[in-house]
Design a binder for this molecule. Structure first.
Ligand code: PGA
Length: 248
């Protein structure tokens, strides 16, 4: 059995005040893993104040170790601070920064090498879904991670259909479960010996209201939460739902 994983992706939002509010309002849960992922500048503050009551991650890490890469942060720097995870391949990075599957694979490898858990995001656009390309797109995104999947170390995959991110229109539980089953199948093909240890999450307009329906399915081993994670009460409700749903 694995603990469900609840990840807060603040994106480019938040403040020191929100970091402190998050810590003050956090009630530790015994059977849920919680990772808060603020903008990089707030990572230290959260780690210092959280005192281990939840983990803290990065929204992205560089594909390089160090050097002349203005604006980037390396996985080993994040690990040095005490961060434990790094989101890689979020669709906003793919779109706004032109990140390819190859770049994302390099980032995931750097995260793993530094001892961080890469949370590898995959997902199709609305056009791809409507033209029945969703499964092929997601399969290709996972197959591109084959080097990372061959290594030991904790990895999570987050299925985030682009049409559900920030739109208020979550995938239905049935749509999410169908794709998560497909992802598990692909993992068993490309990384047979560890496929069942990799937690697969859903992300896209998850909130305090739809979480119970999503967590009623054992395939949904966790969630990546954007907008609703900025509201400490709503985020607490999502964690409570994970606690209630129990390990999978
Ligand atoms: P959302 O974002 O919950 O605001 O849809 C999810 C994500 O992009 O990780």
């Amino acid at each position: 059995m694995a603990k469900r994983l609840v990840i807060a992706n603040w994106k480019m939002n938040g403040s020191l005040a929100l970091a402190d509010e998050m810590v003050a309002g956090f009630a530790a849960q015994s059977n849920v893993d919680v990772i808060v992922v603020p903008p990089a500048v707030f990572v230290s503050r959260l780690i210092e104040r959280a005192q281990g009551s939840f983990e803290v991650g990065l929204q992205d890490v560089s594909q390089f170790d160090n050097g002349a890469h203005t604006g980037d942060v390396s996985a080993s720097m994040a690990a040095d601070l005490g961060a434990t995870a790094a989101i890689v391949g979020h669709s906003e990075r793919r779109d706004e920064h032109g990140e390819s599957d190859a770049v994302i694979a390099a980032k995931a490898l750097k995260a793993l090498a530094a001892g961080l858990m890469p949370v590898i995001c995959v997902g199709e656009s609305l056009a791809e879904r409507e033209s029945h390309q969703a499964e092929a797109r997601v399969r290709a995104q996972i197959e591109a991670q084959i080097d990372c999947l061959a290594l030991s170390g904790d990895i999570a995959i987050a299925y985030e259909p682009l049409w559900a991110i920030g739109t208020g229109k979550s995938a239905s539980a049935a749509e999410a479960v169908a794709m998560l089953k497909e992802i598990r199948k692909v993992l068993r093909e490309v990384a047979a010996d560890r496929a069942d240890q990799i937690r697969i999450l859903y992300g896209g307009s998850v909130n305090g209201e739809n979480i119970a329906g999503l967590f009623s399915h054992e395939e949904i081993q966790g969630v990546l939460v954007g907008g609703a994670s900025l509201d400490t009460e709503q985020f607490a409700a999502i964690i409570r739902a994970a606690e209630k749903a129990g390990p999978v």
